[in-house]
Design a protein around this ligand. Structure first.
Ligand code: MSP
Length: 509
């Protein structure tokens, strides 16, 4: 049994349309984090799912003339399919229409009420159905939602309130004591000044429609969809059960969210957790938004790219790689097909794929298809090999959710390996077979390390690399590798390319 645990979550997606590369992005980031932690010896829980209540979904179902549950069942399944499409390793998939979740949301509400943080009043204000968010008159921009630019409608109804205003000082004190709680720093500052400007109590129930979790002991009201949704992070680890083993083991979580929903996660959620006497999350990381060929993805433009379109054509690891390498986690980025293809060709097919294929082909042809002998290391070999184990650096980068830096670190090793190969020129050592064998073995050791360290990022390709190089799994533990990892004399299979180039004609098409 390990006592190292990790709990990582994605936002739960509104199943109001198909998933797109924005949804795939968060899920891949959470997947890399959890694969890394699992391989690094942590008992890890990775939760994703769908957010199925609220007016937006009720109206979307009505527009299709479908019972709401049937509608969300159909669309939620499309998000569940992201798991095989993006090769996600999520341990669970939570849906807010599941009994286990309704039980959690109800218990959470009761806890807030018992602790004296809920009261009833009348709500009057602007509501954006698209954002499922309330705004005051002065928050509107040109009469529209300040977050999304969508229409708002006037609402007047009896509502339950959460005493958010009581948490201003407590939140600020918490942020002061935990400066890494919200990342990146620029987002932390935004949240901090928002809270500093004052918090109003939050309307947390609705009575004009019925698609939601009923408020306990009041049939006229359903819970505000965000209260319902945020508690999914507790439903996934059985907080509401008598047996709290999972909760005790995994909580607190790390939440990965898009920048647009940071306010809910970094202000409302921590305040509600404080009110319910539950420990706050470890960290909340906000990432940026993807545009496609310079434009915002939207239904009306029809330019949202389904991840399946890209994985079918270019490969799942190729997309995982691009999404993580193209932009620093936290920044916005643009999905540009030419750049995608060019990264596949230059970084995957050339830098890594070619190196791998050349070394293995030389071993196959010149060393009788067996892992060659490692002679005494020269200072040059030592200098090169001292750089191939980047685990410590990767650990820090993954803990900070700097996936782009993690890949840069690995690609630095690939660059060094290519330089070592160019300097040693093993193909010119046909007359010195022992020296050739040694150089190839040094390179093969580096490739073995790479195949291990790349696994969280590109699991399928890394596994192919490990098989191709006949990696000896009993020579290392998870990501922890020391010294030689290959075994002299082990036969390798006939090398086959792992990262195909995208041909120019396909590029043109
Ligand atoms: N249901 C809420 C989340 C509740 S979590 C308790 C929600 N759902 S959403 O489907 O609208 O968005 C889910 C996530 O996808 C958000 O983190 C959002 O930022 C992210 N993205 C949506 N479009 C995106 C891009 N174009 N690019 C990157 N991420 C994007 O909000």
């Amino acid at each position: 049994m390990t006592n190292k645990t990790a709990y990582i979550t994605t936002p739960i997606y509104y199943p109001s349309g198909d998933p797109h590369i924005g949804s795939a992005y968060t899920s891949v980031a959470a997947d890399i984090y959890s694969r890394f932690k699992r391989l690094d010896g942590y008992d890890t829980k990775f939760l994703t799912g769908t957010d199925e209540h609220g007016l937006k979904l009720q109206r979307a179902a009505e527009a299709k003339n479908m019972p709401t549950q049937e509608f969300v069942d159909e669309l939620s399944a499309k998000f569940r399919e992201l798991t095989p499409i993006m090769n996600l390793s999520n341990d669970d998939f939570i849906r807010t229409t599941q009994t286990r979740h309704i039980k959690t949301a109800t218990k959470f509400w009761n806890k807030l009420q018992e602790n004296g943080y809920i009261y009833k009043d009348t709500y009057a204000g602007w509501y954006s159905v698209s954002d499922e968010t309330y705004y005051t008159e002065d928050e509107l921009v040109d009469g529209k939602s300040p977050d999304s630019g969508h229409d708002v409608e006037w609402l007047e109804e009896e509502s339950y309130y959460f005493k958010l205003s009581e948490f201003q000082e407590k939140l600020l004190a918490y942020y002061d004591e935990n400066p890494d709680f919200i990342q990146p720093k620029s987002r932390f500052n935004e949240v901090y000044s928002f809270v500093k400007n004052g918090l109003r109590d939050l309307s947390i129930s609705r009575s004009t429609f019925s698609w939601g979790v009923p408020v306990p002991n009041d049939d006229k009201h359903i819970m505000y969809v965000w209260i319902d949704a945020l508690t999914n992070y507790l439903s996934g680890i059985n907080w509401a059960d008598d047996d709290k083993t999972e909760f005790d083991k995994y909580w607190p979580a790390i939440h990965i969210v898009g920048k647009d929903i940071l306010k809910f996660h970094a202000i409302y959620w921590p305040a509600m957790l404080m009110a319910a006497d539950i420990e706050l999350p470890k960290k909340i990381i906000a990432h940026g938004w993807w545009t496609v060929e310079g434009e915002k993805m939207s239904k009306s433009k029809g330019n949202a790219i389904h991840p399946k379109t890209l994985t079918n054509e270019y490969g799942c690891d190729q997309l995982r790689y691009f999404l993580m390498r193209e932009i620093s986690f936290g920044n916005d980025g643009d999905f540009n097909k030419d750049r995608f293809i060019s990264r596949i060709n230059s970084e995957l097919a050339n830098d890594l794929g070619n190196l791998f294929q050349r070394v293995l082909t030389m071993i196959y042809k010149n060393c009788d298809a067996k892992i060659p002998h490692l002679a005494e290391l020269s200072s040059q070999d030592k200098e090169f090999l001292s750089q191939v184990n980047v685990l410590e650096k990767l650990r820090k980068e993954i803990d900070n959710l700097e996936f782009h830096n993690g890949l840069n670190t690995i690609w630095h090793v690939i660059g060094e390996a290519n330089r070592y190969m160019d300097t040693m020129q093993p193909w010119k050592l046909k007359n010195e077979p022992e020296k050739m064998a040694h150089v190839l073995r040094v390179l093969a050791e580096c490739l073995a390390y790479l195949s291990i360290q790349l696994e969280p990022f590109m699991p399928e390709s890394a596994k192919k690399m490990q098989t191709a190089i006949s990696l000896q799994f009993n020579n290392f533990n998870g990501l922890e590798v020391k010294g030689e990892v290959l075994v002299e004399g082990t036969t390798i299979p006939k090398p086959q390319g792992i990262f195909p180039r995208i041909e120019k004609k396909e590029e043109a098409a």
